[in-house]
Design a protein around this ligand. Structure first.
Ligand code: SF4
Ligand code: SF4
Length: 193
């Protein structure tokens, strides 16, 4: 839970305005701070900041606090908050937008698997056109917690042995065309926010 005293000089109102112009985030400044989103969120008890508090921080422009919060990574995209918001604010979309910016700005909690998985998935699909589960999990574990691999060894081997997990890299034909296409779009860690 955020307990630090905040000062107005730390806020960046321009950033808040930019967020409010992103698709799905348009209702940011109409938030009533009623807390219906937090009350209906099945995961808020595990979050460091409730969804309502994330909204409050974003609209005041406290960028670093919002982007480095665990909340945006715990969000399960269940849309309960959005469905219960009296102002029809798309809280889930806002969470997605913050996740993309946190990855791009490297402001996510260090070694947290979720943003690392997202980056590796994007990089793999961009390069090969397909996801290869074995390599994806391997790269995520090496970057987040290599010791995790020891706990996965037994199950992993069983999956490989029974043909349910392939060590082969999946790829499509014409990957150069895919790279050319995605070259015009956002890159890993620099996704549009
Ligand atoms: S339910 Fe909607 S209006 Fe209420 S605090 Fe959450 S985002 Fe704001
Ligand atoms: S979409 Fe995310 S923030 Fe909203 S209720 Fe579900 S888990 Fe909570």
């Amino acid at each position: 839970m955020l307990r630090t005293l905040k000062y107005q000089r730390e806020a960046d109102p321009e950033w808040a305005r930019q967020v409010s112009e992103r698709p799905g985030c348009e209702g940011l400044f109409s938030c009533l701070q009623c807390g219906a989103c937090s009350g209906s969120c099945p995961l808020s008890i595990y979050m460091d900041l409730t969804p309502r508090r994330v909204i409050a921080l974003v609209r005041e422009g406290f960028r670093r606090d919002a982007l480095s919060s665990m909340t945006i990574w715990l969000c399960a995209s269940c849309y309960s908050c959005a469905a219960n918001c009296p102002r029809q604010i798309h809280v889930t979309d806002l969470m997605y937008s913050l996740k993309r910016e946190a990855i791009r700005s490297r402001l996510y909690p260090p070694r947290l698997p979720a943003p690392i998985l997202a980056q590796e998935f994007y990089a793999m699909v961009r390069k090969h056109g397909r996801n290869s589960e074995f390599w994806l999990v391997l790269r995520m574990a090496l970057r987040s917690n290599p010791l995790l691999l020891l706990t996965m060894l037994r199950n992993g081997w069983d999956l490989v042995r029974t043909g349910r997990l392939s060590l082969r890299r999946e790829r499509i034909h014409g990957t150069s065309e895919l790279v050319a296409l995605s070259g015009a779009g956002p890159r890993p860690g620099r996704a549009e926010a």
